[in-house]
Ligand binder design. Structure first.
Ligand code: HEC
Ligand code: HEC
Length: 459
């Protein structure tokens, strides 16, 4: 592969014997000073995403769990554990449907949260982790941008209410709304106390966390750093300490700040999923009927077909990043990429104000999805930037972004639905009404809804 870096290729040719999978580290300064072209940064990000990390890269975490805690030393063959991790060798080992960067087969499922244990052995599977199917990252730069814009709107509403209440000396109950999505209410008291009991589908810190099926992670960078340690035992220097070797595997600075930026930007610029309409006339007709039914039976209440985006400029790092990650508070300087320029093929519609309409099919809210989707036993608690822990009930899930989903079977958080109609039938709780309406449709109309959903592909 041509990195435009001849020194690197020379190295690759002359080293004899075992070599690390990664023969370079990206310097963040080279990114910030434009020494590396955007094309080069993205290529390096792709190489990192495809790399099968090995011992020489620092893969494995002999003395650490998949979080931050120390554990009794584990060496080969206990350097790998399919449940509590390290459980895989490359990001692309799981994220490969329909191609690199996408979702994954059930064989790639992750036993989420079991990485917090030191080593899973002889324990009941459902008690140690929650089995989840792999999500895809096509269009994820737009996902993160939409989430940032919504968070910013909600923070502005809270900020304005805070001052108004202080001046009027009255309790102010204000509606939290952004891009036409309602997140309930907050009540602001003149002394600054905020009553958050009426917030809907979102944590009380008002930060949209668009990644992960629980809606628990703020940015691609945050997810990437955690995935690297959890799945591969690779510690990002920005989080685990520059020059430090917390897992005691003899390798420090396993990935640099620049490496993480490249890996993040590679994912952020993966092209947005495009609609693929069926060629056969009958099928096309059915898809159009199905799309209308998807609206009339209420699926669009959660799977909002399009959301307006003010700006397609992706600034890395995310201003809402939690602590222990490269962020402005720690002196990070921003690097910008215009997604619309990199991904020129995604010609989204624009609204009357010229904003891009992103065909994402979500509302970024968590919903109670009822009994059939309430199978997990290990509670997921999300830490806010202040360190506070938000418990997410086991039946609550962030509305699945449906763009591209048909190219990433199987379906639902655990991958147990192999048919689109099975996924719809498993809806309950807040989606019970629209599920019932779907079930009441005559057989041809049901097929039409599925035919429409089949068009939500990655082309
Ligand atoms: C063993 C399989 C596996 C490996 C390896 C893996 N992932 Fe994942 N990935 C998953 C699963 C499963 C989820 C969904 C997790 C959840 O919601 O709880 C996921 C979710 C994600 C998401 C969130 C996507 C979204 O839209 O919500 C990102 C980003 C991500 N992974 C990045 C990575 C990166 C980067 C790597 C490599 C460092 C990686 N993953 C390695 C299985 C894997
Ligand atoms: C109350 C909000 C809500 C409504 C209404 C709703 N959904 Fe969903 N939908 C979700 C959530 C949340 C998930 C993820 C559930 C999970 O993985 O456990 C989901 C998942 C899906 C999936 C699976 C996608 C995948 O990749 O796994 C499909 C297909 C789907 N919905 C279609 C529909 C259809 C069709 C309707 C209307 C009949 C509908 N949804 C109504 C919230 C909703």
């Amino acid at each position: 592969m041509d990195f435009g870096d001849s020194k690197l290729e020379e190295n690759l040719e002359t080293v004899i014997g075992d070599v690390p999978a990664i023969s370079f580290h990206v310097d963040q300064n080279d990114i910030l000073t434009n020494k590396l072209s955007v094309e080069n940064i993205l290529k390096k990000g792709e190489v990192l995403f495809l790399a099968s990390f090995n011992t020489l890269d620092g893969a494995g975490r002999p003395e650490m769990n998949g979080d931050f805690d120390l554990r009794e030393r584990r060496e080969l063959p206990q350097n790998f554990n399919r449940i509590s991790g390290p459980d895989a060798n490359a990001c692309s080992g799981c994220h490969n449907l329909p191609r690199t960067g996408g979702g994954g087969d059930n064989v790639a499922n992750v036993f989420v949260l079991s990485h917090e244990l030191s080593f899973v052995e002889g324990m009941s599977l459902s008690e140690v982790g929650n089995e989840r199917n792999t999500l895809g990252m096509f269009g994820s730069g737009y996902v993160e941008l939409l989430a940032r814009e919504i968070t910013s709107d909600l923070e502005q509403i809270r900020h304005d209410a805070f001052w108004e209440s202080r001046i009027s000396k009255e309790i102010l109950r204000v509606k939290l709304t952004s891009k036409g999505i309602d997140f309930g209410f907050i009540s602001v008291h003149p002394n600054g106390v905020v009553d958050t009991s009426e917030i809907e589908g979102l944590d009380e810190d008002l930060i949209i966390k668009p990644f992960g099926q629980k809606g628990s992670t703020i940015s691609l960078r945050q997810f990437t750093i955690s995935a690297l340690n959890l799945h591969h035992g690779i510690q990002a220097a920005e989080t685990y300490g520059i020059g430090k070797d917390p897992d005691n595997d003899g390798v420090s600075d396993e990935l640099s700040i620049g490496d993480i930026t490249a890996l993040t930007l590679f994912q952020a610029t993966l092209p947005a999923p495009q609609r693929v309409y069926p060629e056969a006339k009958e099928a096309n007709k059915a898809a159009v009927i199905g799309e209308n039914l998807f609206g009339s039976i209420g699926c669009v209440a959660c799977h909002i077909p399009q959301l307006p985006l003010e700006s397609s400029v992706f600034i890395e790092p995310n201003p809402y990043n939690p602590p222990r990650i490269y962020r402005q508070e720690n002196g990070a300087l921003p690097f910008s990429i215009d997604l619309a320029k990199v991904d020129a093929e995604s010609n989204f519609e624009t609204d009357s104000e010229g904003r891009m309409m992103v065909p994402i099919f979500t509302d970024f809210k968590r919903h109670d999805m009822g009994d059939d989707l309430d199978n997990e036993k290990v509670g997921q608690c999300e830490r806010s930037n202040s360190g506070k822990c938000f418990d997410i009930p086991s039946s609550h899930w962030i509305t699945k972004k449906l763009w591209g989903f048909a190219s990433e079977p199987p379906f639902l958080h655990h991958g147990r639905a192999t048919l689109i109609s099975e996924a719809i039938q498993a809806h309950g709780g807040e989606a019970e009404k629209s599920r019932s309406k779907f079930l009441e449709l005559d057989p041809d109309d049901k097929k039409a809804v599925v035919e429409f959903l089949k068009s939500l592909k990655i082309s």
